[in-house]
Design a protein around this ligand. Structure first.
Ligand SMILES: O=C(O)c1cccc(C(=O)CC[C@H]2O[C@@H](n3cnc4c(=O)[nH]cnc43)[C@H](O)[C@@H]2O)c1
Length: 201
């Protein structure tokens, strides 16, 4: 039986593979960017293989004051932070709309028990946050929200459908706020990712 680790882009996949040193019991695959692509591609992989669990891994943005560049965040839960409705009285998560669905999926602690890092919720968004206002709104809405990325909830949804454990590991490349892509510390985050997944090997 094999553990599946999925990443959005090849650079993340290569950083994870470097930390695992050819461990034959772990398969690392690129699934593409965003929650919809992540859910569909993960479901396809899980349908074709026999996996003990799935981990969404990669880089992420941290909410100011909750994690720093180069830190490792191990998700307690993956939150669908843009699945719901806006209203004049504030945000309405999908669960409050009355049509079913869930707003967050818990992570299995056993999958990441050998990984070092801080624990906190990781938000999944189809749109990367790019303003101070949205960053503050999300941080206020989710007091346990430590980081945001674009795939975790999609991967978690596929794992839940198949009935296998899910976890998410993210290393911090940037602070969530006004868009400054040139300021993302990609190499620091990829190096931290290689180190973090070493515990899984
Ligand atoms: O390999 C490269 O040189 C490279 C250049 C640009 C971007 C990447 C990525 O890996 C981007 C996709 C990756 O980033 C996650 N991510 C990171 N920070 C955030 C954020 O602030 N908000 C949302 N997502 C973020 C995303 O989930 C993907 O895993 C590589």
């Amino acid at each position: 039986m094999t553990l599946l680790i999925v990443t959005a882009v090849d650079a993340e996949r290569d950083a994870v593979r470097a930390g695992l040193k050819d461990n034959a019991d772990i398969s690392v695959q690129t699934i593409g960017l965003g929650p919809a692509q992540a859910a569909a591609a993960t479901a396809l992989l899980l349908a074709k293989g026999n996996y003990t669990g799935v981990i969404s891994a990669g880089i992420a943005g941290a909410f100011a004051g909750r994690a720093e560049i180069g830190d490792t965040v191990i998700a307690t839960r993956a939150i669908a932070a843009d699945l719901g409705a806006q209203s004049p009285r504030g945000w309405l998560p999908v669960v409050s709309l009355g049509f079913g669905g869930v707003s967050s999926i818990s992570c299995d602690v056993n999958l990441t028990k050998d990984v070092e890092g801080q624990r906190g919720a990781v938000l999944t968004l189809a749109t990367v946050t790019g303003t101070k206002e949205t960053a503050e709104e999300l941080a206020g809405r989710y007091p346990d929200g430590t980081a945001e990325a674009m795939e975790g909830f999609g991967v978690a949804t596929a794992a839940k459908l198949v009935g296998i454990p899910f976890a998410e590991i993210r290393t911090i490349s940037n602070i969530v706020g006004p868009r400054d892509k040139d300021g993302w510390k990609l190499q620091e985050a990829f190096a931290a990712l290689t180190k973090a997944v070493g515990g899984l090997a």
